[in-house]
Design a protein around this ligand. Sequence first.
Ligand code: HEC
Length: 162
Amino acid sequence: MSDQDSIFFRNFSILLAVLILLTIILAVGASMFQDNLVENLKDRADRSGIQADIKPAASVNTDPNAVVEVAVAQVAPFDGSTDGEMIYNNVCAACHGTGAGGAPKLEAAAWAGRLDKGSDAVLANAINGYTGDAGMMPAKGGRADLTDEQVQAAVEFMTSSL
Ligand code: HEC
């Protein structure tokens, strides 16, 4: 072997050793990195908060029995006024002013038997509706949007005008 050959062999051996070392370092490094990555992913999947974070913002309730609640702003008619005479004129007079359909007019004779039941019973009949011998009194005079207080005011106006 010439000197040049042995120098080449020495250099080549060193190069080989360095390459092997580099390979080992890369292999170990890669495996450490992979372990780390797997741990990291597991960690993230476990985090329960993620499920909450990625859940849809809204869902459709497919339960056919679900109660649909729609908020409707309840505004009493006549601006909520409890002016009994005004309510009577606008709603009740159509029947009670003329006696249409057997409605008792504002005459004492037409009311004598009715008031014997007591004012609470008479008021309840006006609110809930009532069918008697004379005819059919629709609930709240057909104006379901009237409040109980407004019907009461109208009844009080009627019974005080007899
Ligand atoms: C569509 C016609 C009609 C309208 C409108 C109407 N009523 Fe009547 N109301 C009747 C009739 C008919 C009766 C009698 C029912 C019977 O005794 O057979 C009656 C009876 C009554 C009675 C007596 C109940 C009882 O216990 O004897 C009251 C009180 C009364 N109405 C209040 C009102 C008020 C208050 C209004 C308005 C908010 C009103 N009514 C609007 C037809 C009407």
